[in-house]
Design a protein around this ligand. Structure first.
Ligand code: SF4
Ligand code: SF4
Ligand code: FES
Length: 248
C-alpha cells in the first residue's frame, strides 16, 4: 500500500472565519536520509501542491525557533519533529492570539524578553573576558545564549496558565538568570527575578522538557530562588512548590 501522511491542520483566518476549523490533507510520503519526514516538510508539501496555508519558519535547522507549534498534541519545532506515515495533527501554540492558521502573535511574549533588558549592564568597560568556569560556560551560559525564543516553554508553563502575565514566563526568566550568572553584568538580577514573579513558578519542569536549547531551567530557577532567599527577598507566605498557594 502506498505510504502517505494524513495531515489534520488547524485553520483560522480571523478576518473571514467565524471560528477555527480543521482541514485534512493527503500528503505522499517522502522520507529523508534518516527515514523520516519532518512536520515542516509536510506543511511545505501542502502549501506548494494543494493550497496556501499559513505557518512560519526560517532556518529549517532547529535554530531560529520560528516553526514552533503543536504536532500530535506535543509542542515542538516543526523542522525538528520527525513523523512516520499515518495521521498527524498540526495546531498553533496555545494561549496566544492567532494571526492566521498556525501563526501566532509573538509580540506579547517578545515584549517580556525585551523587558528583561538582557543586554549586559555594567558601569565599567569590559576589556577582556574573565576566566569563566568551563562547566558553567558549556553547561549553562552557552545554552542560555542559544535560546531560540521559540516560545515552546510558554505553551507548557503551568504558572502562566493561572497567573496570566503576573509572571514574566520561563524564557524571559532564563534570560534574567543568564545575566545573574554573567560576571560582567552589574544589575541586580535577583531583585529583578523576584519582581518578575520568580515564586509564581511551580517548579513543574515542563519548560525544561520542551526546551530545544536544553537550558537547565529548574536548576537555574532554584539558583535564583536560593540567592533571593539568602538576601531575604523571598515574598512572605510563599512555599517553594505550592502551585495553588502561589497562584492566588
Ligand atoms: S518550571 Fe516554572 S517556569 Fe517552568 S513550566 Fe513549570 S511553572 Fe513554568
Ligand atoms: S527557553 Fe528554551 S523553550 Fe523557552 S524560548 Fe528559549 S529555547 Fe525556547
Ligand atoms: S525553521 Fe528555524 S527552528 Fe524550525
Amino acid at each position: 500500500m502506498e505510504k502517505k501522511i494524513t495531515a489534520k491542520v488547524f485553520r483560522y483566518d480571523p478576518s473571514v472565519d467565524e471560528k477555527p476549523y480543521y482541514k485534512e490533507y493527503e500528503v505522499p510520503w517522502q522520507e529523508d536520509k534518516s527515514g523520516f519526514m519532518t512536520g515542516l516538510q509536510v506543511l511545505h508539501y501542502i502549501y506548494e501542491n494543494i493550497e496556501p496555508i499559513a505557518y512560519d519558519y526560517n532556518c529549517r535547522g532547529s535554530i531560529c525557533g520560528r516553526c514552533s507549534m503543536v504536532i500530535d498534541g506535543k509542542p515542538g519545532l516543526a523542522c525538528y519533529t520527525k513523523l512516520t506515515p499515518g495521521r498527524h495533527t498540526f495546531e498553533p501554540l496555545e494561549g496566544q492570539p492567532i494571526i492566521r492558521d498556525l501563526i501566532i502573535d509573538r509580540k506579547p511574549v517578545m515584549q517580556k524578553f525585551v523587558e528583561t533588558q538582557v543586554a549586559k549592564k555594567t558601569l565599567n568597560p569590559v576589556e577582556k573576558s574573565e576566566n569563566i568556569d568551563y562547566d558553567l560556560y558549556w553547561n549553562t551560559l552557552e545554552r542560555l545564549n542559544n535560546c531560540r525564543e521559540c516560545m515552546l516553554c510558554y505553551d507548557v508553563c503551568a504558572a502562566l496558565k493561572v497567573n496570566d502575565w503576573d509572571y514574566i514566563g520561563p524564557g524571559a526568566m532564563m534570560q534574567v538568570a543568564f545575566r545573574h550568572l554573567d560576571p560582567h553584568d552589574e544589575a541586580d538580577r535577583v531583585e529583578q527575578a523576584v519582581h518578575s514573579g520568580l515564586w509564581k513558578c511551580v517548579m513543574c519542569g515542563s519548560c525544561e522538557l520542551v526546551c530545544p536549547a536544553q537550558i537547565p531551567h529548574l536548576s537555574l530557577l532554584k539558583r535564583l530562588r536560593d540567592d533571593a532567599e539568602k538576601r531575604g527577598l523571598k515574598p512572605e507566605g510563599c512555599d517553594d512548590h505550592n502551585f495553588w498557594k502561589n497562584s492566588q
